[in-house]
Write a protein that binds this ligand. Structure first.
Ligand code: ADP
Length: 310
């Protein structure tokens, strides 16, 4: 008699991080209000890509109880993202940033995020603790998610994630490096290093890794990550195309994008495309191609988020 195939249910994915209010200029004295953040961008694209598959994409964060926090929760739910772990912290507010354009059209950013609700994620006594993630199949986070939470919260998440992995859970990690969010580079290095050591799906960018760890080139980054136990994922290398982190060194040859309009969310959207394809059973090569296909569209468009498909 044939063995009964194992019952597979659609994956449950938790994306952990901070969504912020974004002000982007529409004129010298006016701005458009949006919602943005690296993990938020990934959540939006992953939710779109997995629509109709039965998969659940949840966003895990803390927001406040003000109108701007409502805006963030609405932006998530409008994209089909589950928000039961986007919990409210009474009296708190979300972070805010403003994009400014200089005379040459170059973008710069001003942030008001040092006291945001999301910074208290996983802190003792707050509504969302790491164990709330136990029923997920995969958790997705970035080094920005790590940088904004407290050292104690990072410890708690790291300890918890080790047990989660023993139980079959998977961790996906992108070492998005923002020096200003860390007290010093040493802290960033030690935190990112210990999260690489518990990562199942690695999604770094070569620039971030070289800036943080001082590697000589992409090969050195790959050798170091492999030594730290990374066995699966892809490293983003801009126009050079991604390279697999599964030990094969397989490179995805990419055609140069004709007109790069805005590289915001290139890496975030790549991560979503990669993960969606991987979760659907794609190979590393197919997943890199899916990540690139989405990122190539995103960089041809102004802003992080493409218009919602009908
Ligand atoms: P990050 O934004 O994290 O630094 P990258 O700049 O490496 O990430 O971009 C992510 C992905 O977007 C790349 O792996 C590649 O697939 C695609 N990409 C980015 N820039 C270009 C480009 N100029 N031409 C073609 N593809 C690009």
């Amino acid at each position: 008699m044939d063995a009964t195939p194992p019952k597979t249910r659609p994956p449950r994915i938790a994306i952990i991080g901070e969504a912020m209010i974004e002000l982007s200029p529409t004129g010298p004295d006016s701005a458009r209000i949006g919602v943005a953040g690296d993990t938020f961008n990934t959540a939006v694209y992953l939710s779109r890509l997995l629509q109709g598959t039965g998969a659940t994409v949840s966003y895990v964060t803390l927001v406040g109880d003000d109108r701007q926090s409502d805006r963030i929760v609405s932006a998530l739910t409008d994209e089909g993202i589950e928000t039961s772990l986007a919990a409210r912290l009474p009296g708190a507010m979300p972070g805010l940033y403003m994009i400014e354009l200089d005379a040459a059209g170059e973008r710069s950013f001003s942030y008001w995020r040092s006291d945001s609700a999301a910074r208290r994620l996983f802190a003792p006594g707050t509504p969302v603790q790491p164990d709330a993630l136990r029923d997920f199949d995969i958790i997705v986070l970035s080094a920005i998610s790590l940088a904004i939470i407290s050292p104690e919260a990072r410890d708690r998440l790291h300890d918890w994630a080790q047990g989660f992995r023993k139980g079959g859970g998977q961790v996906a990690f992108d070492s998005n490096y923002r020096p200003r969010l860390w007290p010093d580079p040493e802290t960033a290095r030690s935190e990112v290093a210990r999260f690489w050591a518990i990562t199942d799906i690695a999604l770094p960018s070569v620039d971030d890794e070289m800036a943080l760890f001082g590697d000589a080139d992409a090969g050195a980054v790959m050798a170091r990550l492999a030594q730290w136990g990374v066995q699966m994922g892809a490293m983003k290398r801009g126009a050079e195309g991604p390279v697999a982190l599964d030990g094969t060194g397989q490179v995805l040859a990419v055609a140069p994008v004709e007109k790069v309009v805005d590289t915001t969310a290139a890496g975030d959207s790549f991560n979503a495309g990669f993960l969606a394809a991987w979760l659907r059973g794609g190979s590393v090569g197919e997943s890199m191609a899916a990540g690139h296909a989405l990122a190539a569209r995103v960089i041809g468009h102004k802003g992080a988020i493409l218009p919602k498909p009908d």
